[in-house]
Design a protein around this ligand. Sequence first.
Ligand code: FE
Length: 202
Amino acid sequence: MGAPFTMKPLPYAEDALSPVINAQTIGFHYGKHHTTYLNTLNKLLENDPLKDSSLEEIIKATAGSSEAAKKTIFNNAAQVWNHDFYWQCLKPNGGGKPTGRIADMIKDAFGDYDKFKADFAQTCVTQFGSGWGWLCLEGGKLTLRKTANAENPLHMDGVKPLLTIDVWEHAYYLDYQNRRPDHVNAVIDKLLNWEFAEKNLG
Ligand code: FE
Protein backbone atom coordinates (compact mmCIF):
# COMPACT_ATOMS: atom_id res chain seq x y z
CA MET A 1 0.00 0.00 0.00
CA GLY A 2 2.60 2.58 1.06
CA ALA A 3 6.21 3.23 0.11
CA PRO A 4 8.43 1.86 -1.18
CA PHE A 5 6.34 1.63 -4.34
CA THR A 6 7.31 -0.83 -7.06
CA MET A 7 6.97 -0.60 -10.84
CA LYS A 8 3.85 -2.28 -12.18
CA PRO A 9 4.77 -4.45 -15.18
CA LEU A 10 3.86 -3.10 -18.62
CA PRO A 11 0.62 -4.74 -19.81
CA TYR A 12 2.34 -5.70 -23.13
CA ALA A 13 5.81 -6.22 -24.62
CA GLU A 14 7.94 -3.12 -25.26
CA ASP A 15 7.60 -3.59 -29.03
CA ALA A 16 3.85 -4.36 -28.98
CA LEU A 17 2.76 -0.79 -29.84
CA SER A 18 5.08 -0.51 -32.85
CA PRO A 19 5.04 1.22 -35.32
CA VAL A 20 2.93 3.92 -33.58
CA ILE A 21 5.18 3.91 -30.51
CA ASN A 22 8.43 2.02 -31.01
CA ALA A 23 10.23 -0.18 -28.50
CA GLN A 24 13.00 2.37 -28.01
CA THR A 25 10.48 5.01 -26.90
CA ILE A 26 8.79 2.58 -24.51
CA GLY A 27 12.20 1.49 -23.23
CA PHE A 28 13.13 5.05 -22.30
CA HIS A 29 9.65 6.12 -21.25
CA TYR A 30 8.87 3.16 -18.98
CA GLY A 31 12.41 2.11 -18.12
CA LYS A 32 13.91 5.56 -17.48
CA HIS A 33 11.32 8.35 -17.11
CA HIS A 34 8.61 6.42 -15.26
CA THR A 35 11.13 4.47 -13.19
CA THR A 36 12.93 7.67 -12.19
CA TYR A 37 9.68 9.23 -10.92
CA LEU A 38 9.10 6.11 -8.83
CA ASN A 39 12.64 5.94 -7.43
CA THR A 40 12.59 9.68 -6.65
CA LEU A 41 9.24 9.34 -4.90
CA ASN A 42 10.47 6.44 -2.75
CA LYS A 43 13.53 8.47 -1.75
CA LEU A 44 11.42 11.55 -0.90
CA LEU A 45 9.08 9.46 1.25
CA GLU A 46 11.79 7.73 3.27
CA ASN A 47 11.36 10.04 6.25
CA ASP A 48 7.99 11.56 5.40
CA PRO A 49 4.77 11.02 7.37
CA LEU A 50 3.03 10.19 4.06
CA LYS A 51 5.17 7.09 3.54
CA ASP A 52 2.44 4.66 4.64
CA SER A 53 -0.25 6.27 2.49
CA SER A 54 -1.43 4.99 -0.89
CA LEU A 55 -0.37 6.76 -4.07
CA GLU A 56 -3.87 8.26 -4.46
CA GLU A 57 -3.82 9.52 -0.84
CA ILE A 58 -0.39 11.08 -1.34
CA ILE A 59 -1.58 12.86 -4.48
CA LYS A 60 -4.68 14.22 -2.73
CA ALA A 61 -2.69 15.27 0.35
CA THR A 62 -0.08 17.23 -1.60
CA ALA A 63 -2.10 18.64 -4.54
CA GLY A 64 -2.09 22.43 -4.71
CA SER A 65 0.40 22.80 -1.86
CA SER A 66 2.61 25.88 -1.84
CA GLU A 67 5.32 24.07 0.16
CA ALA A 68 8.29 23.13 -2.02
CA ALA A 69 8.77 19.70 -0.43
CA LYS A 70 5.10 18.78 -0.90
CA LYS A 71 5.12 20.05 -4.47
CA THR A 72 8.04 17.78 -5.26
CA ILE A 73 6.27 14.81 -3.69
CA PHE A 74 3.11 15.66 -5.64
CA ASN A 75 4.97 15.90 -8.94
CA ASN A 76 6.64 12.53 -8.56
CA ALA A 77 3.60 10.73 -7.07
CA ALA A 78 1.28 12.10 -9.75
CA GLN A 79 3.71 11.16 -12.51
CA VAL A 80 3.88 7.59 -11.17
CA TRP A 81 0.07 7.39 -11.10
CA ASN A 82 -0.30 9.08 -14.50
CA HIS A 83 2.10 6.64 -16.15
CA ASP A 84 0.56 3.55 -14.47
CA PHE A 85 -2.76 4.78 -15.87
CA TYR A 86 -1.36 5.73 -19.28
CA TRP A 87 0.15 2.31 -20.04
CA GLN A 88 -3.28 0.78 -19.50
CA CYS A 89 -4.88 3.33 -21.84
CA LEU A 90 -2.96 1.84 -24.77
CA LYS A 91 -3.10 -1.58 -26.38
CA PRO A 92 -1.91 -3.18 -29.61
CA ASN A 93 -4.63 -3.00 -32.32
CA GLY A 94 -6.69 -0.62 -30.25
CA GLY A 95 -8.09 2.78 -31.15
CA GLY A 96 -10.75 3.72 -33.64
CA LYS A 97 -14.48 3.85 -32.99
CA PRO A 98 -15.52 2.25 -29.70
CA THR A 99 -18.71 0.24 -29.26
CA GLY A 100 -21.12 -0.18 -26.35
CA ARG A 101 -21.75 2.29 -23.56
CA ILE A 102 -18.83 4.59 -24.38
CA ALA A 103 -20.01 4.88 -28.01
CA ASP A 104 -23.42 6.11 -26.82
CA MET A 105 -21.81 8.57 -24.41
CA ILE A 106 -19.56 9.93 -27.19
CA LYS A 107 -22.65 10.52 -29.33
CA ASP A 108 -24.28 12.26 -26.41
CA ALA A 109 -21.37 14.56 -25.55
CA PHE A 110 -19.78 15.24 -28.95
CA GLY A 111 -22.41 14.42 -31.58
CA ASP A 112 -20.33 11.76 -33.30
CA TYR A 113 -17.00 9.93 -33.13
CA ASP A 114 -15.27 12.17 -35.69
CA LYS A 115 -16.06 15.28 -33.66
CA PHE A 116 -14.84 13.54 -30.50
CA LYS A 117 -11.62 12.53 -32.24
CA ALA A 118 -10.98 16.06 -33.53
CA ASP A 119 -11.70 17.59 -30.11
CA PHE A 120 -9.56 15.09 -28.19
CA ALA A 121 -6.65 15.60 -30.61
CA GLN A 122 -7.03 19.37 -30.35
CA THR A 123 -7.05 19.18 -26.54
CA CYS A 124 -3.80 17.19 -26.59
CA VAL A 125 -2.12 19.35 -29.23
CA THR A 126 -2.97 22.66 -27.52
CA GLN A 127 -1.55 21.67 -24.11
CA PHE A 128 1.32 24.16 -24.19
CA GLY A 129 4.51 22.40 -23.14
CA SER A 130 4.51 19.16 -21.15
CA GLY A 131 1.32 17.61 -19.86
CA TRP A 132 -1.58 15.29 -20.47
CA GLY A 133 -4.83 15.13 -22.46
CA TRP A 134 -7.72 13.41 -20.66
CA LEU A 135 -11.11 11.92 -21.42
CA CYS A 136 -13.10 12.22 -18.18
CA LEU A 137 -16.49 11.50 -16.70
CA GLU A 138 -18.14 14.51 -15.05
CA GLY A 139 -21.73 14.53 -13.88
CA GLY A 140 -22.45 11.42 -15.94
CA LYS A 141 -21.13 13.02 -19.14
CA LEU A 142 -17.88 12.66 -21.09
CA THR A 143 -15.59 15.69 -21.00
CA LEU A 144 -12.10 16.56 -22.24
CA ARG A 145 -9.42 18.19 -20.15
CA LYS A 146 -5.75 19.01 -20.42
CA THR A 147 -3.32 19.34 -17.53
CA ALA A 148 0.21 20.71 -17.33
CA ASN A 149 3.27 18.79 -16.18
CA ALA A 150 2.26 16.23 -13.50
CA GLU A 151 -1.24 17.59 -12.86
CA ASN A 152 -4.12 15.13 -13.13
CA PRO A 153 -7.87 15.04 -12.53
CA LEU A 154 -7.54 12.57 -9.66
CA HIS A 155 -7.84 15.22 -6.96
CA MET A 156 -10.43 17.33 -8.77
CA ASP A 157 -13.93 17.07 -7.29
CA GLY A 158 -16.36 15.11 -9.42
CA VAL A 159 -13.88 14.39 -12.21
CA LYS A 160 -13.11 10.77 -13.04
CA PRO A 161 -10.33 10.07 -15.56
CA LEU A 162 -11.23 7.45 -18.18
CA LEU A 163 -8.34 7.70 -20.68
CA THR A 164 -5.19 9.78 -21.05
CA ILE A 165 -2.56 10.59 -23.66
CA ASP A 166 0.89 11.64 -22.45
CA VAL A 167 1.99 14.70 -24.43
CA TRP A 168 5.37 15.19 -22.79
CA GLU A 169 7.98 15.16 -25.57
CA HIS A 170 9.52 12.01 -24.04
CA ALA A 171 6.34 10.17 -25.14
CA TYR A 172 6.85 10.80 -28.85
CA TYR A 173 10.08 12.59 -29.71
CA LEU A 174 12.08 9.52 -30.86
CA ASP A 175 9.25 8.47 -33.19
CA TYR A 176 7.72 11.79 -34.28
CA GLN A 177 10.20 14.53 -33.24
CA ASN A 178 8.16 17.77 -33.05
CA ARG A 179 5.06 16.33 -34.76
CA ARG A 180 2.81 16.00 -31.73
CA PRO A 181 -0.41 16.08 -33.82
CA ASP A 182 0.72 13.05 -35.87
CA HIS A 183 1.53 11.12 -32.70
CA VAL A 184 -1.76 12.01 -31.01
CA ASN A 185 -3.85 11.09 -34.05
CA ALA A 186 -2.02 7.77 -34.44
CA VAL A 187 -2.63 6.94 -30.76
CA ILE A 188 -6.34 7.76 -31.10
CA ASP A 189 -6.64 5.75 -34.33
CA LYS A 190 -4.58 2.71 -33.38
CA LEU A 191 -3.83 2.36 -29.68
CA LEU A 192 -6.57 3.63 -27.34
CA ASN A 193 -7.83 0.89 -25.03
CA TRP A 194 -11.58 1.46 -25.03
CA GLU A 195 -12.22 -1.58 -22.82
CA PHE A 196 -10.11 0.12 -20.13
CA ALA A 197 -12.12 3.33 -20.52
CA GLU A 198 -15.36 1.37 -20.26
CA LYS A 199 -14.09 -0.34 -17.11
CA ASN A 200 -13.25 3.07 -15.61
CA LEU A 201 -16.85 4.20 -16.07
CA GLY A 202 -17.57 1.90 -13.11
FE1 FE B 1 5.56 10.32 -19.78
